[in-house]
Ligand binder design. Structure first.
Ligand code: NAP
Length: 344
């Protein structure tokens, strides 16, 4: 996008994939955020794409192919919100077209594809890709990070975390606990600690009766960082009671913990209770807004700042080790290469 005199113009975005999060981002770009409009969409089912965008912008064009969205002349920037295995193809196509692209996690489903994206972006010469890791935009994770950095708990020693979903569908299988779910912790915990992972191990406790034959649930993922911090993350995607994200960092002289989302307390029937969220879209709603606004503003100034392809790549390397650890039940090494200059 030509950045001169573009600040007052709306960023014209094309969205590829109009499922749950695609529709939510179309809504937020149109009604909540400023400086952008959705002008093009595509989905494997073009009728769904049309239906998704029409209430927000009846003039937006629906295309059969995501590549047509990317190459449309009136599209300044692209949002990839399709099924994970399709991300790499669209991100590479957007880089080729020289367009900024926001890609929902995961950046790609293999390390090789993440690597191709990093190579293509470096060949382009400047950052074009922002990956949809929104937790670093959450005010509570930010407060946690600042407290750790300010020395409030002394040197961090351990992290206890949990990622619980109420339930998942029959097509959610064991490895998705890593690629779809833990991937958020893999990104946010290394950012929180300013550290990198060196090993992963996965333990399968007694299985819940609410799972199915192709899903081991719950799982406990044990990670070790370069500085020796030990992390345990419980991934429990059929926990029944709600969508619940927990994180406590134990240091030499104290503990910092993520608070539960603010909720009205009810005193009634001799009980004091607060509701627990069930919809993931609500849990980090403010973080999604800040994340996408930052993408829009970055595109307009020609410089994007959010989680990069490198974050997507490192998360994929760690995720692949975790999946291997699921299979071997052994401790697997995580080896992260030197960070290229563009991502420092
Ligand atoms: P979803 O509801 O299944 O939506 C995906 C959409 O993409 C569906 O409409 C699907 O069509 C379509 N699609 C599949 N292949 C496509 C292709 N080749 N070209 C264009 N569209 C295609 O899934 P979702 O929950 O929105 O998730 C989408 C992505 O966002 C995933 O990568 C997911 O991990 C990520 N996500 C991120 C967060 C977050 O917290 N950051 C939260 C949720 C989701 P069909 O249904 O017909 O296959």
């Amino acid at each position: 996008m030509n950045t001169t005199n573009q600040h007052d113009k709306k960023l014209r975005i094309g969205v590829i994939g109009t499922g749950a999060i695609g529709v939510d981002h179309i809504r937020r770009c149109t009604h909540t955020l400023s400086g952008a409009e959705i002008v093009a969409v595509s989905d494997v089912n073009i009728d769904n794409a049309k239906k998704a965008v029409t209430p927000h912008n009846p003039n937006a064009k629906a295309y059969e192919s995501g590549h047509d969205v990317i190459n449309a002349e009136n599209v300044d920037a692209v949002m990839v919100t399709s099924w994970g295995p399709t991300h790499a193809e669209y991100v590479l196509s957007a880089i080729k077209a020289g367009k900024f692209v926001f890609c929902e996690k995961p950046l790609a489903t293999t390390i090789e594809d993440c690597d191709k994206i990093i190579q293509a972006e470096q060949a382009h010469g400047s950052r074009l890709v922002q990956v949809g890791f929104m937790r670093p935009y959450d005010k509570d994770y930010r407060a946690l990070r600042k407290m750790i950095a300010d020395g409030a708990i002394g040197t961090p020693l351990m992290v206890h975390a949990a990622h619980r979903n109420q339930n998942v569908g029959e097509n959610y299988v064991t490895s998705m606990a890593i690629f779809d779910t833990l991937i958020h912790e893999l990104d946010v915990l290394r950012w929180l600690l300013d550290d990198d992972y060196i090993s992963a191990q996965v333990i399968f406790p007694r299985q819940t009766s609410h799972t199915h034959a192709k899903l081991r649930d719950p799982q406990i993922v044990l990670l070790e960082t370069k500085s020796g911090v030990r992390i345990d993350v419980e991934v429990f995607v059929n926990c029944q009671y709600g969508y619940d994200i927990q994180c406590s960092v134990v240091g030499e002289k104290g503990i910092v913990s993520l608070p539960d989302p603010a909720a009205v307390a009810l005193r009634s029937d001799a009980k004091l209770s607060t509701p627990i969220l069930t919809d993931w879209k609500e849990r980090f709603i403010d973080a999604y807004d800040i994340e996408i606004q930052e993408f829009i503003d970055g595109c307009k100034t020609g410089k994007i700042k959010g989680p990069s392809s490198w974050n997507g790549y490192v998360a994929a390397v760690a995720a692949e080790a975790c999946v291997k650890a699921q299979e071997t039940q052994a401790k697997e090494a995580i080896s992260i290469p030197e960070r290229p200059a563009m991502y420092k």
